[in-house]
Write a protein that binds this ligand. Structure first.
Ligand code: SF4
Length: 404
């Protein structure tokens, strides 16, 4: 992939085009800077009061800590592992989306949950917390490009088109956690379940105990890698291209398929490739390579291990001193692993420093704004899932949380 440099211009349209291109890196630096100096700020939530734009990292830290202390046990801050250090330091609980879902469900004191992650995670927290708990997302522009690839209307249409071909064949819909609440509700209502990268294999096994085929969305790679690990050959997993009539799949392909994979992917994990793995092995003899299952199949096959963010953390942290690890996942997590394991060599497979562009949108200025709003009695950037969606999403999420 070509490495490009951000245009040296203040022209909003050029910057917007640059940062909206999934093949370019959204940040030139991971150093803390005032919000106004973040080049990608042009495409982030803009209605934050102007007074927050120029606050220095030190001033923001002071104000966040003061507001946090004032709010006490009324507030819980959840932080996803892909958050930058200057945000995750305030989290009461950190984790991947599965672990954070469990933390959200376990809250029995907090009145407010501030979710430092992306939109679908905050929705899941709203669904799982007890009624009355108010969930907030610091920056409403923190979405997920993968989740956006599964538009609910496209999924409903695919479901009907698949049923037209397969008739009474039982198809179980499985959605990755990284999807809109309405899709979690859809799978809940159609005898399906939510999965995460921590439990995708268990969820697929569960599905095949109940149906003949699985429709898996939005991440084709997690579905393919998990299906393959369970012994399903690649030619029994078809790719459903939601931009084409009938997904671009013939009736014969559909009848033969065990898994129907949605054509979605994570832009961050698409950056990893087999050449990077070969280069790491040439340059670091004895290196072990561990990647996230959102990476392409050939990358997962070339790696020594693959697993969820939590598994990557456990594997690297529990390895013997002196080990060398090349890691294929988001850079903020890899940098933190490096800092927390000074007796090992830990580096990112991708030489270009590039965080998940939407996780990166949680800047401390947004935290300060939302927390100071709460101190003043205002709930800012609340995430609310309507009752009907909540009811069925809860069914799908609770099925997942109840898995042994
Ligand atoms: S890392 Fe990928 S899947 Fe995770 S939030 Fe970012 S774009 Fe979405």
């Amino acid at each position: 992939m070509a490495v490009t440099t951000a245009p040296q211009t203040k022209d909003i349209e050029s910057l917007r085009a640059y940062y909206n291109d999934p093949d370019t890196c959204p940040s030139d630096s991971l150093k803390p800077v005032p919000l106004i100096d973040e080049q990608a700020f042009v495409s982030w939530q803009q209605d934050i009061p102007r007074e927050y734009l120029r606050l220095s990292p030190e001033e923001l830290d002071r104000r966040i800590r003061a507001a946090r202390a004032y709010l006490g046990e009324k507030l819980v801050i959840l932080g996803h592992h892909y958050q930058r250090n200057e945000v995750i330091q305030y989290a009461d609980f950190t984790g991947d989306s599965f672990k954070l879902a469990q933390h959200a469900a376990a809250q029995d004191k907090a009145e407010y949950v501030l979710f430092c992650g992306v939109h679908f995670m905050a929705e899941s927290a709203d669904i799982l917390t007890r009624p009355g708990v108010r969930v907030m997302l610091p920056n409403m522009a923190a979405g997920c490009s993968m989740a956006d690839m599964a538009d609910p209307d496209d999924v409903y249409q695919a479901w009907d088109e698949i049923a037209d071909v397969l008739g009474d064949t039982k198809v179980i819909p499985i959605t990755y956690m990284n999807s809109a609440a309405s899709l979690k509700a859809f799978v809940g209502e159609h005898d399906g379940m939510v999965c995460t990268s921590s439990n995708a294999a268990r969820v697929l096994k569960w599905a095949f105990e109940r149906g003949e085929k699985v429709l898996f969305f939005p991440d084709q790679h997690l579905g393919r890698n998990t299906g393959y690990d369970l012994g399903i050959p690649l030619d029994q997993m078809v790719l459903w291209n939601y931009r084409l009539p009938n997904g671009g799949v013939t009736a014969e392909q559909l009848e033969r398929a065990k898994v129907i994979l949605w054509q979605g992917h994570c832009s961050t994990h698409q950056r990893f490739n087999v050449d990077q793995i070969e280069k790491a092995r040439r340059e670091y003899p004895g290196v072990q390579v561990i990647v996230h299952p959102e990476c392409r199949w050939e990358v997962v096959q070339a790696a020594d291990e693959n697993g969820s963010t939590e598994k990557i953390i456990k594997t690297v942290s529990s390895s013997p001193a002196g080990s060398t690890w090349a890691v294929g996942t988001e850079i903020n997590l890899v940098n933190r692993l490096q800092q927390q394991n000074p007796d090992k060599t830990v580096f990112c497979l991708d030489p270009v420093v590039c965080p998940c562009s939407t996780m990166y949108r949680i800047h401390p200025a947004y935290l300060a704004w939302v927390l100071e709003g709460l101190v003043a009695g205002h709930v800012i950037n609340e995430i609310r899932v309507d009752d009907e969606t909540r009811k069925w999403s809860l069914v799908a999420l609770e099925r997942m949380l109840a898995l042994p």
